[in-house]
Design a protein around this ligand. Sequence first.
Ligand SMILES: Cc1cc2nc3c(=O)[nH]c(=O)nc-3n(C[C@H](O)[C@H](O)[C@H](O)COP(=O)(O)O)c2cc1C
Length: 187
Amino acid sequence: MFLQLVQQRRTIYQFIDQKVESKKLNQCLEAAIWAPNHGLTQPWRFYVIGNQTQQALTQLYAKLRADKRALAGSEEHQAIYLKACDRFMANPQIVIVGQVCSSDSVKSKEDYAACACAIQNFQLAAWEQGLGVQWSTGPIINEAETYQLLGLNSAEIKLIGILYMGYPECIPESQRLPLSKVVKSYP
Ligand SMILES: Cc1cc2nc3c(=O)[nH]c(=O)nc-3n(C[C@H](O)[C@H](O)[C@H](O)COP(=O)(O)O)c2cc1C
């Protein structure tokens, strides 16, 4: 049932050590591109990360995390760095989402909304297949080095999300306000 799928989907932060089948990943991508988008701009781009690229991104991710939390060169910095490497590499699959840039601010806003719809389609298709996703807007997507690694020009594509995915190790709880708090009806 659709409502059950939507309500039961959770953001997943820990994954078991099992690869994501490319057929399942393709189903998620296929669902993503059928999201609504104004003027059929189809502003989304998906960058499917392979092992070699994940390793390169790992170093960047770990550096950003360690630099934020400890003094470069310190033992603490090194410990955070190594832990972050393990954490990033433990993601069985990573997909980075980009939005095609537009100089028109209205179009840009609408295109971001369309990309968000696409990501939610992706997440729901994943969940239906037993897979979990964490949609992150963490700092790695803003780094010039990430664009370089992916061979992207930041004047053409803006990276808007990084999707970590795999089979869930545990499923967290979440909650929402009741409808009565967020819906107002008019006669
Ligand atoms: C635009 C957007 C950005 C998000 N960025 C992050 C993020 O950077 N890190 C993170 O852990 N979760 C991120 N999330 C996931 C939310 O934290 C998550 O959806 C929220 O906690 C509700 O949990 P649920 O998805 O399990 O219902 C993001 C979600 C959205 C829609």
